[in-house]
Design a protein around this ligand. Structure first.
Ligand code: AKG
Ligand code: FE2
Length: 316
């Protein structure tokens, strides 16, 4: 195990069976150091992952005209073409396409009518029923896994295991199938699939295919590979949980480069709270006498602010 980036493989089996304290102790070590770990026995059936992978790949291989028919409207859902996002401080936009879905709410739901950001019905390509079914099934299974993880997180911070349940009634869960074409050879140095960044929300669940290319920054600043490990997901903390935990848990820098010469597909789930959930470090068992480092913020305001920043054209 590297000292620089501690990436343990943690068995989620006990937590899924109701023993959150044991899993909590293990993830606490990881989240308070690298902010990353792998989990196995995550509960998302392999067959479901294979289906979502195959269907997503098939979609990304479709003619651009078909893909662009699903380009995002107001709720950032659907197909996002190459170069749509530029990470804070990055030279170039990310070299990836992605398809995003979120919690399905009907167009006449009050929060959709009120224009709450990130809300709305999902977009789906015509005539791709299997893609829709696979993505919806994956979304649901990832949410269940996220709930188990958050119960373990709650235990590890010394609060009731179900603390997060009332904060995740209509979560801002975003699941993205992400497709990375091989980087163009003339852009060797400054091109990233995803430029170095921290995630915005609470907790991220990542499935990656066998290609590799994800790196995590170690405490010494060096980049350490987080290679694909069959049967596992990579889990990491985002900035919102870092805030909520008053920096007891780290949201760490990571990046993707795809110099494999082949395409790469990953499925990332940003498992984030309700729009109006207040993220206040005082609610997470802050030890007595410890000063809060962050004022309370609503989860949705924080996340949409970060997304909008990442989609701004870079000012020269
Ligand atoms: O695709 C990956 O391996 C990671 C993607 C990622 O870090 C992100 O989208 O925030
Ligand atoms: Fe990320």
């Amino acid at each position: 195990m590297s000292e620089a980036a501690y990436l343990p493989i943690i068995d989620l089996g006990p937590a899924r069976g109701g023993d959150y304290a044991a899993t909590g102790a293990l993830i606490s070590d990881a989240f308070s150091t690298s902010g990353f770990c792998y989990i196995r026995n995550h509960g998302i059936p392999e067959e479901l992952i294979r289906c979502a992978h195959d269907e997503a790949l098939d979609f990304f291989h479709a003619p651009m005209e078909e893909k662009l028919a699903c380009k995002p409207k107001e709720a950032v859902r659907g197909f996002n073409a190459l170069n749509r996002t530029t990470m804070y401080g990055a030279e170039n936009p990310d070299y990836k396409e992605f398809y995003q879905i979120g919690l399905e709410l009907p167009a006449d739901d009050p929060v959709v009518l009120a224009g709450q950001p990130l809300r709305g019905p999902n977009q789906w390509p015509a005539d791709r029923r299997a893609f829709r079914e696979a993505m919806e099934a994956y979304f649901e299974a990832a949410g269940i896994c996220g709930q188990h993880l958050l119960r373990a997180v709650a235990c590890s911070l010394g609060i009731a295991p179900d603390f997060f349940v009332s904060k995740y009634v209509r979560p801002l869960q975003r699941t993205q199938a992400i497709w990375y074409p091989p980087h163009p050879p003339e852009r060797e140095k400054d091109q990233f699939g995803v430029a170095p960044h921290t995630d915005y929300g609470c907790i991220t669940l990542l499935w990656q295919d066998g290609t590799g290319g994800l790196d995590v920054q170690g405490v010494d600043g060096q980049w350490v590979p987080a290679p694909p490990i069959p049967g596992t997901l990579v889990i990491n903390i985002g900035d919102l949980l870092c805030r909520w935990s008053n920096r007891r848990y780290n949201s760490n820098m990571h990046r993707v480069t795809n110099r494999s010469g082949r395409e790469r597909l990953s499925i990332a789930t940003f498992y984030d709270p309700d729009y109006d959930a207040m993220v206040d470090p005082r609610d997470l068992n802050l030890p007595e006498g410890v000063e809060t480092l962050f004022p309370p913020v609503s989860a949705g305001d924080y996340i949409i602010g970060r997304i909008r920043d990442s989609q701004k054209p870079k000012i020269a």
